[in-house]
Design a protein around this ligand. Sequence first.
Ligand SMILES: Cc1cc2nc3c(=O)[nH]c(=O)nc-3n(C[C@H](O)[C@H](O)[C@H](O)COP(=O)(O)O)c2cc1C
Length: 338
Amino acid sequence: MGLRLGTLSLPSAVLQSPMADCSDLAFRLVSRRRGLGFAFTEMVSAQSLLRRGRKTLDLLKTVPEDRPLGAQLLGKDPSRLAAAAARLADLGCDLIDLNFGCPVKKVVSNGEGAALLKDPDLAERIFAAVRRAVKVPLTVKTRKGFSDASGAEAVELARRAEAQGLDAVTIHGRTQKQMYGGSSDHGAVALVRRAVSIPVIGNGDVRVPQDAVRLREESGCHGVMIGRGGLGNPWLYRRAELAWEGKDRDDREPDRDARRAALLEHFDLEVEHCGERLAALNFRRIGAWYTSGLPGAKAFRTGVYATMDVKLIRRMIEDFFGAAPADSVRTESVDKSS
Ligand SMILES: Cc1cc2nc3c(=O)[nH]c(=O)nc-3n(C[C@H](O)[C@H](O)[C@H](O)COP(=O)(O)O)c2cc1C
């Protein structure tokens, strides 16, 4: 029960959602080693990619183990997006996704991201231009609407994507106005699922494995994308896949040792791929994901903020998990969106 996206045949229907400042190479490798089948880089702006900005190229850093890999483009100009997509295809990306869902004010006020929900004609011109430019699977990720909560805007966009030969659409069941508040509307995913014949990937609020099953039951989606639920929880993708396939009886919560090992590995990969300084800075975020909700997490965070010493950070991880009583380890329902 995998997922077919154009020429790409994925054994698992569970994908990792692109997340700026989160889904870097270390994040993806830790998750893949625990069963994630398909990952996305952090989104890149078409304009910066065409300028070959150093930071943008860093966001696309990958290694052979990091496959199959999708890259996501942000932009609004059809010809620039087409040129940027061609560059991504040349770099070897297995799939290109168009970001039509980013709700951030700076982005939408520039007519990009979720703002494209309000301009289906421009959206369609983008789809056509990018489709002509690349042969690799091409998808779009969007929200259920800009401010209209009915789901009609997502349906319109998905129909136009299908008409221009895109291979799948991902729907996050919130409007731009909602940002990340309230709950994701699986009914809007169902509306899109009924409106098009290309695969529809549901997204929003999958925090525990059974959430993925519920999203499919309530929408009929062909696949599921997991965003925040995967922060500090690299086991969730495989566990959701098992649940999706009705095999959740074999499933177990990761124990304290598994969590300590994953966090140490995540940090070491950060050091390897970003260097010690950036790894120490990124760890302020990463350490918070893995320890959120556990006794002593606040003191741990304070300690982490006070140091840039990678050896000390490793010791702090050992001490934190060594000291925590086994039954105090939280379950996946804790909010990690901070
Ligand atoms: C920190 C953060 C960064 C994100 N960056 C992106 C992004 O670059 N591209 C994108 O399409 N969505 C982005 N998203 C949205 C997620 O991919 C996902 O659609 C959303 O969080 C809902 O799914 P979830 O409930 O599983 O998190 C981001 C979300 C968060 C919390």
